[in-house]
Ligand binder design. Structure first.
Ligand SMILES: O=C(O)C1=C[C@@H](OP(=O)(O)O)[C@@H](O)[C@H](O)C1
Ligand SMILES: C=C(OP(=O)(O)O)C(=O)O
Length: 444
């Protein structure tokens, strides 16, 4: 892996693609499996996990709490231990670390201090901290101007947590729900969590949490309440989850590739023409990235899943269709889709993603600003962005420490000469060799 120059000149595609891209393990799965492994009643073998900044931060956090994690080649072996403090945890800019680890840290014997990158101190944490306090934990934290908890914080671990019933407004992030559910089998009374907000984004990520808990032997009830907010496009969406206390199983787990990280490579088939294939695409999955199959087809691609390989072929005439879509459930895909919308021949409207303002950066503002820098036309709405067709020109694009804004720029650069990407190395958050993989895709 070589360090890319800064700014990185995004390569222009010189012809249709014909590439197979092997995508590393899923961030969301890896970091959930690590949490569950730390709580398990025996060792866990993680096969083909992600190795990136976000997963390294999770590994570092768990080690700081006393969990043993050995690297065996590309795999990880996790041996749980009684969690201890005092400990210092660096959350970087990882939502999964800053939200999931406090819910675990309440089980440590002693103080656990958590902090992260400057931007991490602005990402919402209030609902998870409020819930932990309601469930019996002692947490001290900084507060944002609205009085909500933010990093840095100290969780005064007492070795156990009473747990029980709690109301959580997770309209800002599904990770508030996932955090509490993942740790709940180890709470004395488990958890009975009711979502009280107007909407709940990224529901597939909550479904992933539930699926993984069940896979590890934990009993979880998903409930819906009459008249309760469903949110998203799901016909039936749970708004209440009961996790029963009990043992979490260890064992051997093969981690699926990160389908959201496959996104920029699949999108490249539309931007550059030709075909990109991603092997090991799961037949069934809770990953939000599986939504790419439908979204890319709606934008004019031919999408084909056969024998575990997903093939995406761009439109033969190069005409990408604009998209009117509610991305509430799959907000993580928005920057990738927005890059294609900027290249599309008809207008686009991406809706249901107000919560992206609390991601690695304010992604709605970032998408609009960077499309503007390219000479394109985009504007923010209350819950998304609108993008109109427009000729684009080269520019140096800002990435705001956001891996998905870096890949957004690379996609556009395939078609628009002169795109330079500042701090493309920020892709290391979830995909350390992004530039190597990108160049590899272009040579086929
Ligand atoms: O739990 C997870 O692994 C994630 C949940 C989602 O967060 P939000 O609900 O905050 O969008 C997603 O966007 C993020 O990339 C990963
Ligand atoms: C929102 C994202 O990350 P995080 O897990 O830091 O919230 C993302 O990867 O798109």
């Amino acid at each position: 892996m070589t360090t890319p120059v800064d700014p990185w000149p995004a390569p222009v595609a010189t012809g249709p693609l014909d590439a197979v891209v092997d995508v590393p393990g899923s961030k969301s799965l890896t970091n959930r499996y690590l949490i569950l492994a730390a709580l398990a009643d025996g060792p866990t073998e993680l096969v083909a996990p992600l190795h990136s900044r976000d997963s390294a931060l999770m590994v570092g956090a768990l080690r700081a709490l006393g969990v043993s994690i050995e690297e065996t080649g590309a795999d990880l072996r996790v041996t749980p231990a009684r969690m201890r403090g005092p400990a210092d945890v660096d959350c970087g800019l990882a939502g999964t670390v800053m939200r999931f680890v406090p819910a675990l840290a309440v089980l440590a014997d002693g103080d656990v201090r958590l902090d992260g990158d400057p931007r991490a101190r602005q990402r919402p944490m209030g609902p998870v901290v409020r819930a932990l306090r309601d469930l019996g934990a002692r947490v001290d934290s900084a507060t944002d101007p609205g009085g909500d908890a933010v990093l840095p914080m100290t969780v005064h671990g007492a070795g156990s947590l009473p747990g029980g019933a709690v109301d959580v407004d997770a309209s800002g992030s599904s990770q508030f729900v996932s955090a509490l559910l993942l740790a709940a089998p180890a709470y004395d009374a488990g958890i009975d969590l009711r979502h009280t907000g107007a909407t709940l984004p990224s529901l597939p990520h909550v479904a992933m949490t539930v699926a993984l808990l069940r896979e590890r032997g934990v009993r979880v009830d998903e409930l819906t309440e009459e008249g309760s907010p469903a949110g998203g496009t799901n016909e039936w969406a749970p708004t209440r989850w009961r996790v029963h206390p009990g043992p979490v199983r260890g064992g051997r787990i093969v981690v699926e590739p990160d389908l959201s990280n496959a996104g920029p490579f699949l999108a490249a088939a539309l931007a550059a023409g030709g075909t990109v294939r991603v092997p090991r695409w799961p037949a069934t999955t809770t990953q939000a990235g599986d939504g790419l199959r439908d979204l890319l087809a709606r934008m004019g691609a031919r999408v084909h899943l056969e024998n575990g390989t997903l093939s995406v072929t761009g439109p033969a005439d190069g005409r990408i269709l604009g998209l009117d879509a509610d991305l509430h459930d799959v907000g993580e895909l928005a920057p990738t889709i927005a890059a294609l919308c900027a290249l599309a021949v008809t207008p686009s409207r991406l809706r249901g993603i107000a919560h992206l303002r609390g991601h690695e950066t304010d992604r709605l503002a970032a998408i609009v600003a960077e499309i503007g820098r390219l000479g394109g036309r985009a504007r923010e709405t209350a819950d998304g962005v609108e993008i109109d067709p427009s000729p684009l020109h080269g520019a140096e694009l800002e990435t705001y420490a956001d891996h998905r804004m870096a890949t957004f720029a690379a996609i556009i650069g395939l078609r628009v000469p002169g795109v330079r990407v500042r701090d493309v190395a920020t892709t290391a958050k979830t995909l350390p060799d992004f530039t190597g993989m990108w160049h590899g895709m272009l040579v086929g």
